[in-house]
Design a protein around this ligand. Structure first.
Ligand code: FAD
Ligand code: DHB
Length: 394
């Protein structure tokens, strides 16, 4: 088989890149290790920045998002037992975010891909990338016991943090920057109305909590937990009980509990790969960088990476120009580091760090108090939360 761009991974970045290239008349095949059902079963991000909404609209998959998604113009910060609203919309001159789950985004992209009759190879095993440092890269994989080869002009590594693309780069050609946090997030999804119409980010002496949502009838909640905790250690009742203890009295009273329909623990990590281009192979999304989830930047970074990558391929095929390809890494990394910094800072401000004692809690509370009472402070949070425009860095 031959294609112009071989995309490894059918998560949000691979699927979105596939749609962007399809709209531009560039041929691409996606190779995915898992089944479509497995990909859709992973409950992850929930907040889309305006740039992500715009890219989804551009490729024609935005209709359901606009119908079912929830536009939020603010969120609450809860500390010292009191809630304070960050009026994002006012502080940023009218910007909002869209609450719409990653699962739904993935679903919409999968539907668009199959409606267009585009090729995705699911349940491919032993995927390997070859010769990306030369003119004719190849991808090999096994499917139904048969060995296959895909020749291409470019490889897009959209295969997540544990993928094969980054792992195939010679160690001397890559730099990796990493910080692992000493706690995880326990997440629960439940068919209960959200405790509040907007998100609540909670700093409490018992640890961080987040009240999020997927719709008016489906809630997503997270608790900071020790890294050693397993999902099995947490019954639904224990989760709700601990969440109540981290909330303010009004939220505690409004909280509607019910059986979980999904429960999982995610580790927290800051991670960046430099560069993101290796000859004719490019890394995009979680394959190239990870942010801790506080502030919901992961999926949004993946969307802007692939938007930049599609522009680079379009310039190559339509204008015979290498300019976009040559600047891809630098262009993405500028944006990535800005989001990495914000996610690290917001994580540091909101979580309990083992061994840091009560003084750390006091410092955090004083900083939060300063931020919400300062127009400049509140605007700093709001500006970072709504994200950077697409042409940032050009
Ligand atoms: P992925 O979604 O990881 O997709 C990569 C795809 O590549 C997968 O389908 C995988 O099966 C496939 N793949 C892997 N290896 C191979 C291979 N060798 N061959 C072929 N295919 C392969 N972000 C937020 O903003 N908010 C959150 O609450 C949040 N929670 C998260 C919780 C968890 C547990 C994780 C892991 C991430 C979370 N994120 C969150 C981050 C966000 O979900 C990611 O940034 C986003 O999924 C990135 O999309 P991606 O397509 O780059 O990577
Ligand atoms: C969600 C996750 C986040 O990390 C965040 O900052 C906001 C919302 C969510 O899953 O809904």
């Amino acid at each position: 088989m031959r294609t112009q761009v071989a995309i490894i991974g059918a998560g949000p970045s691979g699927l979105l890149l596939g749609q962007l290239l399809h709209k531009a008349g560039i041929d691409a095949v996606i190779i995915e290790r898992q089944s479509p059902e497995y990909v859709l079963s992973r409950i992850r991000a929930g907040v889309l920045e305006q740039v992500t909404v715009d890219v989804l609209d551009e490729v024609g998959v935005g209709q359901r998002m606009h119908r079912e998604g929830l536009v939020h113009g603010g969120f609450d910060l809860l500390f010292k037992g009191e809630r304070h609203r960050i009026d994002m919309n006012r502080l940023t001159g009218g910007k909002n975010v869209m609450v719409y789950g990653q699962t739904e985004v993935t679903h919409d992209l999968m539907d668009a891909r199959s409606a267009a009759g585009l090729t995705t190879v699911y349940e491919a095993s032993n995927v390997a990338v070859h010769d990306f440092d030369a003119d004719h890269p190849r991808v090999t994989y096994e499917k139904d016991g048969q060995q296959h080869e895909l020749t291409c002009d470019f490889i897009a590594g959209c295969d997540g943090f544990h993928g094969v693309c980054r792992a195939s780069v010679p160690r001397g050609a890559i730099r990796e920057f990493e910080k692992v946090y000493p706690f995880g997030w326990l997440g629960i999804l439940s068919d209960t109305p959200p405790v509040h119409h907007e998100l609540i980010y909670v700093n409490s002496p018992r640890g961080f909590a987040l009240c999020s949502q997927r719709s008016h009838t489906r809630s997503r909640y997270y608790l900071q937990v020790p890294l050693t905790d397993k999902v099995e250690d947490w019954s639904d009742e224990a989760f709700w009980q601990e969440l109540r203890l981290r909330l303010d009295p009004a939220a505690r009273e409004h909280l509607v509990t019910g059986p979980s329909i999904e429960k999982s623990v995610a580790p927290l990590r800051s991670f960046v790969t430099e560069p993101l281009r290796f000859g004719r192979m490019f890394l995009a999304g979680d394959a190239g960088h990870i942010v801790p989830p506080t502030g919901a930047k992961g999926l949004n970074l993946a969307a802007t990476d692939v938007k930049y990558l599609s522009q680079a391929f379009i310039e190559f095929y339509a204008d015979r120009s290498d300019a976009g390809i040559d600047s891809y890494s630098e262009r993405c990394l500028k944006r990535i580091w800005r989001a990495e910094r914000f996610s690290w800072w917001f994580t540091s401000l909101m979580h309990r760090f083992p061994g840091e004692g009560e003084i750390a809690q006091k410092f955090q509370e004083a900083e939060l108090d300063y931020l919400i009472h300062s127009e400049a402070g509140a605007r700093t949070i709001a500006e970072n939360y709504v994200g950077l425009p697409l042409d940032f860095g050009r």
